[in-house]
Write a protein that binds this ligand. Structure first.
Ligand SMILES: [Zn+2]
Length: 296
């Protein structure tokens, strides 16, 4: 992963703007967009237009393939620039500055760490109870042999302990590894949200394609308007954006040295900030869908 500034520096050194475009894939958005009127795929074409000062003016336009024989589709074409403007608008709805992203990620890491500590304590306690049940089961036979309990009592007690052990075993399995990879997915999602707009402008055709495939699905073009279903993690970011921005002044208080949310009184009191992050955490914890997030 390279940062935006590193990318700029590399490009400066190379003395070129963006990576060279491979010739065989000139169209970034073919195969992704459907026509909103007839449902056919939208394709792209090069077009030349005579320029006033002689020569030609080249541009790419997208249009419906109109492959549905029984539907007369009336959709007209759209210039690639226009389409890209609309994609940029969509991407801007999830944009967070790099600085704020880092603050948010740092806070999520604190939460993850706290959660792991709680989880470990919980696991320890279950393991202790399990060992304890096992010991009591071991002792039970001696107690019976010493004649301290009768056969009936022995049987009842033994069954109770076996059930207790089985329940604890279940709990152990349930709790094992629960503090999972949510942080990793959250990190990738926030980094994407922060960098997608920049890379959409400066990346290759492949980058652009990867960005919009990651950002949304079911792209529909109708009356020159692009509609998309934004993927769930980005919907969550979008919904939280206003709140996160509002908290931005206090975000600066979260220094690199901060190890827990109780480190500074202002931070621990700032419940709206933490409840917002809690909401984000809860989402990522239960988010199961697998989708590819390109590292930008
Ligand atoms: Zn159509």
């Amino acid at each position: 992963m390279i940062t935006v500034s590193e990318f700029d520096r590399v490009q400066e050194l190379l003395g070129q703007e963006g990576k060279p475009r491979p010739h065989y894939k000139r169209f970034a958005y073919t195969g992704l967009v459907r026509c909103g009127e007839c449902g056919s795929m939208v394709t792209a074409e090069d077009k030349k237009k005579p320029a006033k000062n002689g020569g030609f003016f080249k541009y790419i336009y997208y249009h419906c393939t109109k492959r549905k024989p029984h539907i007369k589709c009336n959709q007209s074409c759209i210039r690639e620039e226009e389409l890209e403007e609309q994609i940029k608008d969509l991407l801007s709805t999830i944009h967070i500055s790099e600085k704020k992203t880092q603050v948010i990620l740092r806070a999520l890491k604190i939460m993850h760490k706290e959660e792991s500590a709680t989880q470990n304590a919980r696991l320890d306690s279950i393991q202790k109870s399990y060992k304890n049940a096992q010991n009591r089961l071991n002792n039970l036979l001696s107690i019976r042999l010493e004649g301290l309990i009768n056969d009936e009592e022995y049987k009842i007690k033994k069954n109770q302990l076996i059930i207790e052990k089985a329940q604890l075993e279940e709990k152990l399995q349930d709790n094992n590894g629960r503090v999972g990879d949510w942080l990793d997915v959250a990190e990738k999602t926030f980094n994407f949200a922060s960098r997608a707009s920049y890379w959409f402008e400066h990346g290759t055709i492949e980058d652009k394609k990867a960005i919009i495939q990651c950002f949304g699905s079911n792209f529909i073009l109708k009356d020159k308007n692009l509609h998309a279903e934004i993927r769930q993690p980005f919907v969550v970011i979008k919904d939280c954006l206003t709140g996160l921005e509002k908290e931005s002044n206090r975000l600066e208080l979260l220094q690199t040295t901060t190890q827990s949310r109780g480190d500074t009184p202002i931070l621990s009191q700032n419940s709206s900030w933490w409840s917002l992050l809690d909401h984000i955490r809860t989402f990522f914890e239960s988010f199961q869908e697998e989708f590819f997030i390109p590292t930008l």
